[in-house]
Write a protein that binds this ligand. Sequence first.
Ligand code: TTP
Ligand code: MG
Length: 385
Amino acid sequence: MARCIFHIDLDAFFVSVERLLDPELKGKPVIVGGDPERHGVVASASYEARPFGIHAGMPLSRARRLCPRAIFIQTHLPRYRDASVKFMGVLANFSPCIEPMGLDEAYLDATGCEEPYGSFHRMAVAIKGRIHQELKLTASVGIATCKVVAKVASDLCKPDGLLEVAPGDESQFLRLLPVAKLPGVGTKMEQVLGGMGVITIGDFASLPSSVIKRRFGKGGEVVHRYASGIDDRRVEAPGESKSISKQTTFARDTLERYFLETSLHRLCEQVSAELRYRGKRAGCVTLKVRDADFETISHQATLKEVSNVSQVIFTAALQLLNRALAQRRKPIRLIGVRVSGLSGEGRQLNMFDSRTERLERLDKAIDQIREKYGTESIRNVGSGA
Ligand code: TTP
Ligand code: MG
């Protein structure tokens, strides 16, 4: 029996949650991400802001130039986390097999769960209705026989949409869409493919896999199969996760030292804050670096003592970055940080280590300020020493 997978994604998630608290924001171009006077990027843009060309990841200053009357709001992660917990709770009523992807999206294996509703389509309508009833938010749902097609479908029908791709229609459905719509194809890959004459997903699918393997490696082969609607990934309910990771892709390949270090610092702050939020400490830090040729390397370090202190994680990651750059000086297009070896217990008390204790207090204070005033309200510009 063919599988039936739903991809469910909330519309303009951060903005929509802010609108629940301040209905004045309805119908207006709204951008969540912080103060456009300061550094930072758009996290979420309302659909009224998008015709101006504003999208997630764009510098806030540019967003303001494109739409001066847009309303800018700080990011309030605790609010979105609460909404996310409720969202996943709603989905759990419809299937035992749900795989959350970040805060506002999830895959749901609907195979065999549609009976009470009469069809998968009606089941999806019921899910959208429950989300609206319980969260006052809208979601878009893609229905297909595999994850990648379900995800493309939900993306295509946003906002507040529902799109079902019938079994057997997968490659036909994908064929004429721009290749950038395919998950796994980033800006750089799109450029390289463009140079090879590839415009649509169908163009990509028709390239021989030997060419793809030579140019993009094994990862490229997987994405190439997606282009034909072939994706065997199961919907996997998460167990207790064994690691936390964050990564970022740059708009331009770079070796600029200050930029790399500040990007790395931000990633380390994010994974450390996540550790503290989950009450965990990590024993291991891994740095991932991808260069302009899609070559990806990882370096790993074991910490002397398990930690969730931003500065400790950053110091380890920075040493790894130095090592990576010493080995291979090629412009970098992606960096990522992963912490693993997670443990729930507190660190061993070391009465002489007052520096760690000071740093822990600093992180706690920053977490509290961010909780109250927003993620961008304060930055700890660590020295990395
Ligand atoms: P998305 O689902 O990609 O975006 P969205 O919900 O704002 O809009 P859409 O209607 O197109 O789904 O991401 C979900 C949330 O994750 C988003 O509201 C904010 C956050 N986010 C970031 O913080 N940074 C990013 O670069 C992206 C893409 C999302
Ligand atoms: Mg969304």
